[in-house]
Design a protein around this ligand. Structure first.
Ligand code: BG6
Length: 304
């Protein structure tokens, strides 16, 4: 791997993008432009921070996140790929695939005239990934940091037979007080309730989180609005290339059971994930095909 100095020389952007060494020893990209600040690890292409100027941070990052190779960071935007949840046939393989626990490489960085900054990271197959998933691929994550944060995961299948993919941009959002949050955009949408053994239900009205919540809403292409009545702001989550949305909060007991999650952390976070997560919305990539999964995150004033 290149040294931090080499990465900085090759990809740094004066007054905007620097690459430093995080206390974990891993390279960390810092962006500070006219719109926002952000931080991106090369480990897992993991965006751990996004904050438009004048706003509280948008992404939640666990104070107990474990910075260890092979382990996913708790918070930010884990890249879930090429399977969502448990592996469909082999329970010995890690939950949520392997995109979130490998080092990625920087392909390019650039500055746009509108003041936004783009970072492109790639992950390709290797003998090591073949031991977990025997396929050839190229993943490109394009991150645009402007007044909004736009993240596109492009998956290019490099084989002659089709392959099935489930995936997620598993975003953890910061909220001031989960009891003062409503999530809009999924009214009348069917969902699978994972807390009751994947039972099929239908959303009525807005979502409030008052207990463990683990739901796959499918089908939906709608924007979700996370309304934070304490911070008086709405986080809008828009998406493309996604037919489902996962809403997750572990609540008290599950939070206590996770070593990398503060006991009271569930009070200040909620995941609204841009996904293709079920048999119903699995993406089948034909030979040499490409699929793009995009999430766009922006802040608006709260309108009730
Ligand atoms: C969500 C799943 O996407 O991720 C939950 O729907 C899961 O079932 C959660 O608990 C966190 O997963 P992990 O592997 O990061 O602990």
């Amino acid at each position: 791997m290149s040294t931090i100095q080499q990465l900085q020389e090759q990809f740094g952007i004066a007054n905007t993008l620097t690459i430093t060494t995080h206390p974990s020893g891993w390279p960390l990209i810092h962006i500070h432009n006219q719109h926002a600040s952000a931080e991106i690890h090369l480990y897992a292409a993991h965006i751990t921070h996004f904050q438009p100027h004048g706003q509280e941070p948008i992404l939640w990052l666990s104070k107990q996140a474990i910075y260890r190779e092979g382990k996913a960071l708790r918070g930010g935007i884990p890249i879930i790929w090429p399977w969502f949840g448990p592996h469909p046939t082999d329970q010995t393989l890690p939950q949520h695939g392997f995109g979130r626990n490998r080092f990625w490489q920087i392909a390019q960085t650039k500055q746009h005239d509108d003041g936004s900054t783009v970072v492109q990271l790639v992950l390709t197959d290797s003998e090591e990934t073949h031991s977990v998933w025997p396929h050839r691929f190229r993943l490109t994550l394009t991150i645009t940091v402007g007044r909004a944060l736009e993240v596109t995961l492009e998956m290019h299948h490099q084989e002659d037979k089709p392959v099935d993919i489930t995936a997620a941009l598993h975003t953890y959002f910061t909220v001031a007080d989960i009891n003062q949050v409503t999530i809009e955009g999924l009214d009348s949408t069917p969902y699978l309730d994972k807390t009751t053994g994947y039972t099929q239900k239908t959303q009525t009205g807005e979502i409030t989180i008052t207990a463990e919540t683990d739901r796959v809403y499918v089908p939906t292409t709608a924007d979700c609005l996370i309304k934070d009545h304490t911070l008086q702001r709405t986080i809008r989550v828009s998406k493309a290339g996604s037919q489902s949305t996962v809403v997750w909060n572990p609540w008290q007991e599950k939070a206590q059971g996770m070593g990398d999650f503060p006991d009271d952390g569930y009070k200040t976070m909620v995941c609204v994930e841009t996904t293709n997560a079920t048999a119903q919305d699995t993406v089948t990539l034909t030979p040499q095909a490409t699929h793009q999964l995009t999430t766009k995150i922006s802040v608006e004033p709260l309108e009730i």
